[in-house]
Design a protein around this ligand. Structure first.
Ligand SMILES: Cc1cc2nc3c(=O)[nH]c(=O)nc-3n(C[C@H](O)[C@H](O)[C@H](O)COP(=O)(O)O)c2cc1C
Length: 371
């Protein structure tokens, strides 16, 4: 065989082998659209209950841990619980963010119940952020008026890239803040305070990336492959982290927890944060008067009410909580921006040209309901 012919055959074989392994590889991310809406296997739950709990579960949570469970007492009578196994001790040692996340779940549940014609009667059970039983709820049938549009719950998502740098328009801001200006503070991108949050977000991300327990905890919640994503239905996927195209393919097929602990992964993460903060309309801070369980739940609910309003205005929200999670940055933030209340959420915000569809995963109801 002549050398040229040989190379031709080898080259062809390599391309064929390459194409085959590409076709067999993890080509597209397992995503929200791949999940069926309500869980049909559960025989205890009535159709309305399934829908309401499914919609409640579309709430946001740190690292998408979904730290809630629902104890079923009787039809339309449940206890909302705090699932210890989903805590994030390295970045959230006192479960502040866990309770905020459960607050977002509770807000979704109330809006979903409203749209199915129920009013919720709540009874607070938890005295600390660690108590397992958080709130009891009874759903009571009502005359259905002003039903909440559940499309807002289904379409809500965290967006992290491609923010425009225009400041929020006055009328949009008024709509978002509504009558909650005591707790919701907008720092326009043009302000000194916004620049300060940009800088400190980078500082805090750098600190956290090199803090081994925090980085290890992040690694444990990344679902690198579609197989893992489908198995766990939680955590961060390439789609939800907005790692697209070839980079996403590389991560899905060749990355694992060990890579997250390597310096190049940490540095690439910090570069991404620098890029993210370089474009936005600024920041929205949500504050609270105190830090009791009741107040944290209410603050989570407040953030979710805001989050459910932004998409219709083409506005994105990206929670970036690292300043609050790293002690050195947390200690200086209040004084530097002149806010004396407790800051509970730091949300990067901005207009988008096109709004992407939700992609983050959720566990089926059967996995978070207990009898
Ligand atoms: C208390 C809390 C803290 C969060 N912190 C961050 C954060 O620091 N960085 C980030 O990119 N997303 C953060 N998020 C957003 C979650 O990662 C996101 O809600 C989750 O992955 C589910 O995605 P979805 O909001 O698109 O449904 C946070 C959300 C909550 C409720």
């Amino acid at each position: 065989m002549k050398r040229k012919e040989f190379i031709g055959i080898v080259g062809g074989t390599t391309i064929a082998a390459g194409t085959t392994s590409y076709l067999l590889s993890d080509k597209s991310n397992f995503s929200r659209a791949d999940i069926k809406s309500a869980d049909d296997n559960n025989e205890t739950l009535k159709p309305d209950e399934k829908e309401i709990l499914f919609l409640a579960s579309l709430a946001p949570s740190g690292h998408n841990t979904q730290p809630w469970f629902v104890q079923y007492l009787e039809p339309l009578h449940w206890i909302i619980g705090n699932d210890k196994s989903k805590w994030l001790p390295a970045v959230d040692p006192v479960q502040r963010e866990t309770i905020l996340s459960i607050g977002t779940f509770i807000q979704n549940l109330e809006y979903a119940a409203d749209s199915f014609g129920y009013v919720c009667h709540w009874n607070l059970l938890a005295a600390t952020n660690q108590d397992e039983r958080v709130m009891e709820v009874k759903l009571i049938k009502k005359e259905s008026k002003n039903a909440f549009d559940i499309a807002k719950i289904k379409d809500r998502r965290t967006v992290r890239s491609n923010f425009l740098s225009d400041v929020l328009k006055k009328k949009d801001l008024e709509y978002l803040v509504n009558s909650e200006s005591e707790f919701i503070h907008y720092l326009p991108t043009t302000s000194k305070e916004s620049q300060f949050i940009n800088e400190q977000t980078i500082v805090a991300n750098r600190l956290q990336s090199y803090r081994a327990p925090a980085q290890q905890e992040l690694a444990n919640w990344i679902r690198f492959s579609s197989e893992d994503a489908e198995k766990y239905h939680d955590g961060l996927t390439t789609a939800s982290m907005e790692i697209a195209g070839i980079s996403g393919w590389v991560v899905r097929n060749f990355y694992g927890k060990d890579n997250v602990m390597k310096n190049d992964f940490r540095e690439r993460g910090i570069d991404k944060v620098e890029k993210e903060v370089s474009a936005s309309a600024g920041w929205i801070l949500i504050t609270s008067k105190d830090e009791t369980v009741a107040t944290l739940l209410e603050t989570g609910r407040r953030m979710q009410r805001l989050f459910l309003k932004v998409r219709e205005k083409n506005i994105a929200i990206h929670p970036m909580t690292q300043i609050l999670e790293e002690s050195s940055t947390r200690q200086t933030v209040n004084q530097s921006i002149g806010i004396s209340e407790n800051i509970q959420f730091i949300l990067r915000t901005g207009y988008l040209k096109t709004y992407p569809e939700p992609v983050s995963l959720r566990r089926p109801i059967d996995q978070f309901i207990r009898s």
